[in-house]
Design a protein around this ligand. Structure first.
Ligand SMILES: [Zn+2]
Length: 409
């Protein structure tokens, strides 16, 4: 029988550090810790992914009114959604509620979104070691993805397993490795042999449940994942959460009073973030619109969501975006996006960030914080300069081709 839904698993990588705060209260060593899962490991909550995806899809499709769940039922002249008979792919994908009681146009009063988002959990976490960067994972995370399940019986907290022959050959002789401050012993069989585990791009993406659509990872993505898998080790569940916890980035910033926009007196605060190159996984359950009597297809829903995901790469997810946080690359997306539109959104965002930072500078007195902001502004300006240069080269190239071809007539 035809299933009423499809579940699709996504992988993504933090391009910037990612901060998803739990709010302003003080908890131990940091004022603004990241949101955590029940096992104490930070995560990006599904609600945050959903809200951000909706906002970005609305931005891309130039339907700002549909960024809001409650605007579908308003009349278009009152800032409501302009699509009738629940044909709006954004409002159907993310759902809408009835705020004004309007029942015209045969719109149902409210609709649960067709796309349901899970939390994004950390799968591979980067940590510095004596042999350079390595990535850490644990049995409970791998189990959720059905990877190589029998491989880690009798897992001892003081030990780690290697995945690749590369690490096996590097570590077999010493038998120990440091993970930040923690020293663990390489797990060996009784006969002294070190085993590797079969986790590769194929086993990750070919496993049961990951085959909703043939996932076309591009060469760059495969290359990144292969490099990480080459440097991947498995530690026990509890050691994994310890390693993550003690290797989060902790930064200091200044509090801005939200009503005046001014820096608050003595209000330096610390916040923590998940470091760049962390690999996450999450899933989206796509309900089939035809099962709800809707005249959109499953592909409309998937492409709306994935369009939002595409913008995570430029606009980020989580907080502290103007400080260079939150950019996140979702792997395996189609590359069919309108390049002009994407570059327009990216450019507007850069301009907006620089303006916001310059506004902040007017209010902030602390030298340390001013320096951070000035460095950030320079970074963004440099990025604009580099992109402009790149684009000019591409344009010059095509103009040349154009002239050549026209000369042939
Ligand atoms: Zn809409």
């Amino acid at each position: 029988m035809d299933k009423p839904y499809e579940r699709k698993i996504y992988f993504g990588m933090a391009i910037d550090p990612i901060h998803v705060g739990t709010g302003g209260y003080t908890l131990g060593r940091v004022d603004n810790p990241t949101l955590r899962d029940f096992d104490g490991i930070p995560k990006i909550p599904g609600t945050s992914i959903e809200g951000t995806t909706r906002t970005y899809a609305a931005l891309y499709f130039k339907q700002p009114q549909c960024a809001d769940k409650e605007k579908h039922n308003k009349k278009p002249q009152d800032g409501g959604c302009k699509y009738k008979n629940y044909k709006c792919k954004i409002c159907v994908t993310f759902g809408y509620t009835n705020s004004e009681g309007a029942k015209e146009d045969n719109k149902p009063e409210s609709l649960q979104g067709m796309a349901l988002f899970s939390d994004a959990k950390i799968l591979f976490f980067p940590v510095a070691s004596l042999i350079g960067p390595i990535w850490v994972t644990c049995p409970s995370r791998l189990k959720e993805l059905n990877v190589d399940q029998g491989a880690w019986q009798d897992f001892d907290e003081s030990r780690f397993c290697v995945v690749s022959n590369y690490l096996k050959s590097k570590l077999e002789d010493t038998g120990f490795l440091n993970f930040g401050w923690l020293l663990l012993q390489l797990k060996k069989k009784e006969n002294g042999e070190t085993t590797t585990h079969n986790i590769c791009v194929d086993t990750l993406f070919g496993a049961d449940g990951l085959k909703f659509r043939d996932r076309l990872l591009n060469d760059k993505e495969v290359e990144i994942l292969e490099e990480i898998l080459n440097r991947l080790v498995i530690v026990s569940n509890s050691v994994f959460s310890q390693i993550v916890d003690s290797n989060l980035e902790v930064r200091t910033s200044v509090s801005i009073n939200p009503t005046t926009g001014a820096a608050e007196e003595g209000a330096l605060f610390t916040y923590e973030a998940i470091p760049r190159t962390t690999i996450f996984y999450f899933d989206v359950v796509y309900q089939k619109p035809e099962h709800f009597g809707l005249n959109l297809g499953l592909n409309d829903i998937v492409s709306t969501v994935e369009t939002g995901f595409k913008l995570f790469e430029f606009l980020g997810v989580g907080g502290m975006g103007t400080r260079g946080f939150g950019k996140f690359k979702v792997f395996g997306l189609d590359e069919k996006y309108d390049k002009v539109k994407l570059s327009e959104i990216q450019a507007n965002n850069l301009v907006g960030e620089i303006r916001k930072l310059k506004e902040e500078l007017k209010e902030i007195k602390a030298d340390e914080e001013r320096n951070i902001i000035n460095v950030r502004i320079k970074e963004l300006q440099e990025k604009i300069r580099q992109t402009t240069e790149e684009m000019q080269k591409i344009a010059a190239n095509w103009e040349k081709v154009c002239r050549e071809v026209q000369g042939d007539d």
